[in-house]
Every structure is written in structure tokens, then in C-alpha cells.
Design a protein around this ligand. Structure first.
Ligand code: MF3
Ligand code: CO
Ligand code: CO
Length: 283
């Protein structure tokens, strides 16, 4: 395994791609309402990435080994869908929870992020799952700093989610990201502290926990024996939620790259990250 250390130019490119990825979610937010189809959301995002941002939707025709080409410009995973749901003519309705996962390529750099949306009211249980999953992502993010290990991230996420009575999906993980969509390392959302690789400044990876309300097991979403090749659901059909950020290891801690004006505020337990330059200037 080789984890790429990004240089200053790469980091600058990744900052731009990350912000643009987040701005796609900002742009979509007012449209993610009861009555819209996931296909309409996909078209809006596609046109924004291509025509407004001058970027490329990374998922469109993306084809990892063993998969068919992914046919859309983002993923929409509703209720018991864990990840990789393909946008189509399905209409969002009150009470649904939907993850929208967007990756934009700008000047060759990938910005990968996702958020949860609750349609209309939403049950207490559904809202709690979304909010615990958001906090679980941040519990992982705050572990990021030089010298820490990837097992620290997974352990923080797992203990937090399980203490809330939820479970962590094991089969999918975060990943290094940069000039390629999926690079080393695999960023597990479960594990033991003090294990796995040591983080170094210039590493960039995603943290994207999938948290289930019921059992952690998943399956391919077969409908009448047919499979679209992508959509994953919970085996027990319980609700599943996911949030994702792209994160840079800095000299002193971390910088979240997938932030923009519409990003939901970090939870209260997150300490503001002071930029290295400004802390140096105050000495
Ligand atoms: N954006 C997803 C991730 O967070 C990957 C989606 S691949 C696709 O890694 F082909 F399903 F779109
Ligand atoms: Co990702
Ligand atoms: Co993603």
C-alpha cells in the first residue's frame, strides 16, 4: 500500500475540487423535496458540474473492477439503501431519508462528499439516525492529525455509533482521494485505536461512515431476481444513513476540504482548526 502525499499544488487543486463538490450539494438542497425524482436531482447536478463549474461528474461511467459502468452523475440512496443507489424515476416522499453523494473532478482533482436529507417531517428515529451518523463522521474527522493512526478514526466512529444503539457497515469504507477517485488507504469506520497506518501531513482521504438502525449486514438490492449492479441495501431492510467529507492531514491536525457556504455546521464537540500561518503569526 502506498499512500500518496500531496504537494502544495495538489492540495490547492483538491481545495477547489472539494469546495465545488460541496457547492453541488448546496445548489441541490432547495430541490430535495417531496415530489422530486432522484433522476431530476441527478440532471440538475450534472448540468451544474459541467456547465457552471467546468467540471466532470466522477461517477458517470465510473467502472471499478467487477462493476458495470455507473450510469449517473451522483448516487441517491433512500431509506434502507446503504449506498450507490442509482437515480431514476422514483419520487421522494414525506418521511424518506436520502443520501446524496457527489464527486466532482476539477482540473484533474476529485472532491468527494455526501449529505443526508430528510424529506418533510421525518420520524424521530430517522432524524436521530441521520444526526448520529453526522456526529459519527465528525468523531472520526477530529482524530485526524500527524502521528495518529487510521485505527483511531475507525474506533472513534464505531464506539460512538454503537453506544447510540446503531451498527457500522463493514463492507464499504472511506478512501484516499486525489488525481484518482479511489486511492490507498482504505479508511475503515470500525477498528482499534493505535492500529493501521500512521497519518502524515499531505495525506487526503474521505471519511464516510454508513450507519444502520438495525443489523450491520448488507446485501445487493435484487428486485425480482434482477440487480442493477450497484445498489446496496440493509439485509434486514432497516434504515441506513451516511455522511462524507474529504479531509487533508495538516501539520497540526486536519482541514476539511468539502466545505462551502451551505455546509451544515460541525457539532459542538469539534474544536475550530486554527490555520498554521495565523498561529505562527501570533507567537
Ligand atoms: N462517491 C462514492 C464514494 O464515496 C463512490 C460512488 S462510485 C459510483 O466513494 F460509481 F457508485 F458512483
Ligand atoms: Co468516497
Ligand atoms: Co462519495
Amino acid at each position: 500500500m502506498t499512500i500518496i502525499i500531496k504537494n502544495a499544488a495538489a492540495i490547492a487543486g483538491m481545495r477547489t475540487a472539494g469546495r465545488l463538490g460541496s457547492e453541488v450539494l448546496d445548489m441541490l438542497t432547495p430541490f430535495v423535496k417531496a415530489g422530486v425524482t432522484t433522476g431530476e436531482i441527478d440532471r440538475l447536478a450534472h448540468d451544474h458540474m459541467v456547465n457552471v463549474q467546468g467540471g466532470i461528474p466522477a461517477t458517470l461511467n465510473y467502472q471499478p473492477n467487477g462493476y458495470p459502468p455507473y450510469p449517473a452523475s451522483l448516487c441517491t440512496s433512500i431509506n434502507d439503501e446503504v449506498c450507490h443507489g442509482i437515480p431514476n424515476s422514483r419520487v421522494l416522499k414525506n418521511g424518506d431519508i436520502v443520501n446524496i453523494d457527489v464527486t466532482v473532478i476539477k482540473d484533474g482533482w476529485h472532491g468527494d462528499n455526501s449529505r443526508m436529507f430528510v424529506i418533510g417531517e421525518g420520524s424521530i428515529a430517522a432524524k436521530r439516525l441521520c444526526s448520529v451518523t453526522f456526529d459519527a463522521m465528525w468523531r472520526g474527522i477530529v482524530k485526524v492529525k500527524p502521528g495518529a493512526r487510521f485505527g483511531d478514526i475507525g474506533h472513534a466512529i464505531q464506539t460512538f455509533a454503537e453506544n447510540q444503539g446503531f451498527t457500522v457497515v463493514r463492507e464499504f469504507c472511506g478512501h484516499g482521494v486525489g488525481a484518482k477517485f479511489h486511492e490507498d488507504p482504505q479508511v475503515l469506520h470500525y477498528g482499534r485505536p493505535g492500529t493501521l497506518e500512521v497519518m502524515e501531513p499531505g495525506m487526503i482521504f474521505t471519511i464516510e461512515p454508513m450507519i444502520n438502525a438495525g443489523k450491520r449486514e448488507i446485501k445487493e438490492d435484487r428486485k425480482a431476481g434482477q440487480y442493477d449492479g450497484w445498489t446496496i441495501v440493509t439485509k434486514d431492510r432497516s434504515l441506513s444513513a451516511q455522511w462524507e467529507h474529504t479531509v487533508l492531514v495538516t501539520e497540526t491536525g486536519y482541514e476539511v476540504l468539502t466545505l462551502s457556504a451551505g455546509s451544515p455546521a460541525a457539532p459542538a464537540f469539534v474544536q475550530p482548526q486554527v490555520a498554521l500561518q495565523s498561529s505562527a503569526a501570533s507567537v
